[in-house]
Design a protein around this ligand. Sequence first.
Ligand code: SF4
Length: 64
Amino acid sequence: MKVRIDYSLCMGDQNCHKVCPEVFDFDEDQLQSRVRVDTVPAHLEDEVRQAAKDCAPGAIIVEA
Ligand code: SF4
């Protein structure tokens, strides 16, 4: 599974980072979250889906 962030939508509330810090990092300079991994490890897929669901502006895009 792959995941990416639409930076035109990310409002930098760090919610994804709180839900799954292993996958979502926070860029203090840009005040937006960043994806830390190329491929989401299988054991973190549910957390990433949850983070995407919880992302208010819908900036997290999950790709199978
Ligand atoms: S939850 Fe969504 S809006 Fe919030 S920091 Fe993460 S990608 Fe950005």
